[in-house]
Design a protein around this ligand. Structure first.
Ligand SMILES: [Zn+2]
Length: 415
């Protein structure tokens, strides 16, 4: 039998392209005049086209020529709340027409209006309302997304949210990582009884989530308007007991020292972190915890305290970016807009911004051994862009140059 092990089994070969592999020492890991081959959903060959084995084109199942387009890893949105019902545009409008927070709250606005809408929605309705947000992310190159619960705030509704997140992943060519965020806000029926609510989260919700295998991580909103460090630690202890990794909404509005706690519990990431201090930065660096920056919420809330990007750089803390897609503070489904805002508002370089949605976002979800960079053997999750250079992705405002999206080797979107 005539057997050539080099190339005859490739399912697809991509030619006439340039690669930002996001691997190696150089910021983008660029390969010009490149070729990339895929087999069984994985990257089988990568390099300069001139190094391809002879006859490679004849032996690949399909050959696609990209007319010099750029390929990056598929984008990873590592922090979203995209499963929700209703929307808060009316509240946004009221505020800009001069209504006070009190008036908005009296007319049923704020996070509790989302909680009410989520509780009232059927699983099917929640799915139908959330799907366009996921599809919008996919059309900008997203192949993996994290989705949190946290608008149900009772056991049945939290489980409903997580089931919808799981179903979105099964119905669409995108990998969903669901996170249980029961400790997101205090539901009205627990007013002035936040410890009792944490009891419910630990004793009833978490075991129910685990028994249905609905989430891969546990998150808490640690803040003076949400839950204390002591309450957060109770949730973290319960998560550790069942071997569930943790992450934390920390230091968004004040320095609660949540990052120190999260580092002690080997958190995957601490998110927001505008108010983190030097002790927190050092703790993240020591444990290799990812700092997830969320410029959408910063912008929407007119925040002025920026995350300490230079301190993160100096300490070697990996920085990820995410849309934080949510109805209250970041109604956003555009990773590219977030890259631009991270550069303009926080001073990230365009290469750091792209790393924030690829390599470092993969670390924040603990999938970096298989995702977030273009390396032989890893998942063939790709985004193809009509751009002149990788910096275009962070530079452009409000346009979408994504031409093609590939999930596990399959073209799922082609413009
Ligand atoms: Zn969030």
């Amino acid at each position: 039998m005539n057997h050539n092990p080099l190339s005859e089994d490739w399912d697809a070969l991509w030619l006439d392209c340039r690669l930002a592999t996001m691997a190696g020492a150089e910021p983008y890991g660029i390969i010009e005049d490149a070729a990339l081959a895929v087999k069984d959903g994985r990257i089988a060959w990568i390099g300069a086209a001139s190094d391809l084995p002879a006859g490679a084109e004849d032996r690949a199942g399909t050959v696609r020529r990209l007319r010099n387009a750029w390929i990056t890893p598929g984008l990873i949105d590592c922090h979203t709340h995209l499963v929700y019902a209703g929307n808060r545009a009316r509240e946004f409008e009221m505020r800009l027409n001069g209504a006070t927070y009190e008036e908005i709250a009296r007319s049923g606005g704020g996070i509790l209006s989302t909680v009410k809408a989520v509780r009232a929605a059927s699983e099917e309705e929640l799915l139908v309302q959330s799907l366009p947000r996921l599809q919008a992310l996919q059309s900008e190159g997203v192949t993996t997304v994290e989705i949190k619960s946290g608008y149900g705030l009772d056991t049945a509704s939290e489980l409903k949210m997580l089931r919808v997140a799981q179903r979105l992943g099964r119905k669409n060519p995108v990998t969903v990582h669901a996170t249980f965020l029961g400790a997101h806000a205090l539901p009205p029926e627990f007013k002035d009884r936040s410890d009792a609510y944490i009891d419910l989260v630990i004793e009833e919700m978490l075991p129910a989530v685990t028994s249905e295998n609905l989430a891969g991580a546990v998150d808490v909103f640690c803040e003076n308007i949400a839950f204390s460090v002591t309450q957060t630690e109770r949730v973290f202890k319960a998560a550790r007991k069942i071997g569930m990794p943790v992450k934390l909404h920390a230091e968004q509005l004040s320095d609660q020292k949540g990052a120190l706690l999260a580092a002690r519990y080997d958190a995957l990431s601490v998110d927001h972190v505008e108010y983190i201090q030097e002790d927190g930065v050092n703790a993240l660096a020591e444990k290799g915890v990812v700092a997830v920056l969320l410029p959408g919420a910063f912008y929407f809330l007119h925040e002025t305290q920026k995350p300490p990007v230079e301190k993160f750089r100096q300490a070697g803390v990996p920085m990820a970016l995410a849309t934080d897609c949510n109805p209250g503070t970041s109604p956003c489904t555009s990773p590219l807009l977030m890259m631009n805002m991270a550069c303009v508002l926080f001073g990230l370089t365009p290469a750091e911004a792209l790393a924030g949605f690829t390599r470092n976002a993969a670390r924040a979800l603990n999938i970096h051994a298989d995702h977030g960079s273009l390396v032989v053997g890893r998942a063939a999750d790709l985004a193809v862009w009509d751009i002149d250079a990788p910096a275009d992705l962070a530079y452009r405002l409000g346009s979408n140059p994504c031409r093609t999206v590939v999930k596990a080797g399959e073209v799922i979107f082609d413009r």
